[in-house]
Design a protein around this ligand. Sequence first.
Ligand code: DHB
Ligand code: MG
Length: 229
Amino acid sequence: ERWTATDAYTISHLHPSSKPNHAAITAAKEHSEANGLPDIGTNDNAAKMLALQCKFGKVSHALEVGTLGGVTPIWLTTMNPDLRVTTIEYEPKHAKVARENVERAGVADRVDVITGAGLDVLPKLQEQIEKGEKEPLGLTYIDADKGNNWAYFDWAVKLSRPGAVIYVDNVVQGGIIAKEPEDDSWRSRAVMGARKVIENVGKDTRVEALVQQTVGDHSYDGWLMAVVL
Ligand code: DHB
Ligand code: MG
């Protein structure tokens, strides 16, 4: 309750309705909800932090794995006029709503919503980058099927420029990830996905990384942040 109230209070001051992109973000969330998308979208603080990171890092191309309704790409592009975003979504219905949202937000020319499985789409993104059709990545946000976290991370490193940042969402999950799970439930597989990316990244000499624990309107979770060396 205090986490949610603090988020509401700080966001109302730091991102009030007078901000130029506020209406577009609100409209996208409403359109997602009206179309029955799950309410697990990246919260405003997290999305705005990614948007500010793009600004800080002068990022020209960002990748998101796991689009859902496209609210995060709207945050990123509305706050960064020169930024292009490639975002990959497995569920055709989510991708359709995301395309509608980015269209209505006026950023469809800079957001490429690709429908498909991440591991099928990423080799095609590699081709686009190698041909010079897209810039190497300056920021990646991985927020999709947790079992593939490490595979997505490995791809992101390969497609990034030096100094790029890579985030992996939901690697804390209420603090249950510190212990190896003992069953094979959906939740345990998500924990294993978080543990695998943390353990592999720790041995990966291509990056330096940390995990930040967060509280807020999505309760207690956290993300891994890595910088490509
Ligand atoms: C949930 C939150 C997430 O950020 C996510 O990627 C998946 C699920 C959740 O709140 O259940
Ligand atoms: Mg998430």
